[in-house]
Design a protein around this ligand. Structure first.
Ligand code: IMP
Length: 202
């Protein structure tokens, strides 16, 4: 059975393929099918954005489509940057400028708690949808630490490990991360869905 992942990120493809191979699913990218659809992320929640992307790619391909949307929510900032994590501070900033802006906006904060969130949505051509979400709770450090990962990893502290995401190996991060948690839930949901819908074409 073939599914499309609504992403052009090869890392995400490998991650999804690794999780779904056990279910006998092949995961391809839209470009592999000659599909180039740009979906505007106009949703107010991670799940809404993931659903917008999954539905658009499912409609364009006629295949079940999976999309994810993630971001960092900082309690002192009322949940910002949230769904705007990739664009925090405007389009001109890079990852380092974005986390520096975050640190600046937290000067004097008395609460540095934060969490990452991921929503994964799978849209099927018959109209069925599966949604799986995952969190990882932590705190924003006072200064960046570590040079692994991407995005806000250098400033996201995991209190139980006393390290930032950027100081963890990929395996350590995956075991506790929002994306790892959402992916594991998604694989379990999809397994159950497929078991209950054996008529779906293999
Ligand atoms: P995406 O939906 O996975 O593309 O994530 C959107 C944005 O959220 C990214 O561009 C990052 O700024 C941020 N983000 C999501 N996941 C992570 C993570 O695991 N570490 C650091 N930043 C992340």
């Amino acid at each position: 059975m073939k599914f499309v992942l609504a992403s052009h990120n090869k890392g995400k493809l490998a991650e999804m393929q690794a999780v779904l191979a056990d279910l006998g699913i092949e995961v391809v990218m839209p470009a592999d099918l000659g599909i180039y659809v740009d979906v505007e992320e106009t949703g107010e929640t991670f799940a809404e954005n993931a659903a917008l992307k999954a539905n658009a790619i499912m409609e364009a391909s006629g295949l079940p489509a999976i999309a994810d949307d993630s971001g960092l929510c900082v309690n002192w900032l009322g949940g910002a940057p949230g769904v705007y994590s990739a664009r925090y501070g405007g389009e001109g900033l890079d990852d380092v400028a974005r986390y520096r802006l975050l640190l600046q906006n937290l000067r004097g904060a008395t609460d540095r708690s934060a969490y990452f969130h991921t929503a994964i949505v799978c849209a099927f051509p018959n109209g069925d949808m599966l949604t799986a979400e995952g969190d990882c709770h932590g705190a924003i450090a006072f200064a960046p630490m570590g040079d692994g990962g991407f995005g806000y990893d250098p400033v996201f502290l995991v209190p139980s490990l006393r390290r930032t995401f950027a100081q963890l190996t990929a395996e350590e991060k995956n075991a506790i991360s929002h994306r790892g948690n959402a992916l594991r839930k998604f694989a379990a949901e999809l397994k159950e869905y497929l078991a209950n819908n054996e008529h779906l074409e293999k």
